[in-house]
Design a protein around this ligand. Sequence first.
Ligand SMILES: [Zn+2]
Length: 98
Amino acid sequence: MQSLQLFEATVEPGSPLKADLGRPPKAEGAFAWPLGLLLSGLALLVSGAVLAGLLVAVVGVVWGLRERDRVEAAKRADEEWQRKMICLVCKKSFVPAA
Ligand SMILES: [Zn+2]
C-alpha cells in the first residue's frame, strides 16, 4: 500500500495507469465573462432598461456561481486524490478511512 500521489510520480508518462490514477485536472475559473455580464446588466439597469438589465445581470450571476462550483468541485477532487492510497498488488486506489 502506498500513497497514490507518490505512486503516480513513479508511473511512466505513457502508461495507461497514468490515465486511471493521475491527478484530476485543475479547473481555472473563468470569471471575466460573468463579471462583464453582471456589470453590463447593472449599466443597463441604471440606464433605464430594467428588464434587459435584470436579465443580463442574472445570467452573469448564475454563470459566475456555476464557475465557482466547477472550481470547487475540481478542488475537492484534487484533495481526495491527494488522500488516496493505492494497493500495489491489485493497483486499485481508494480513500483510506480517517
Ligand atoms: Zn489489492
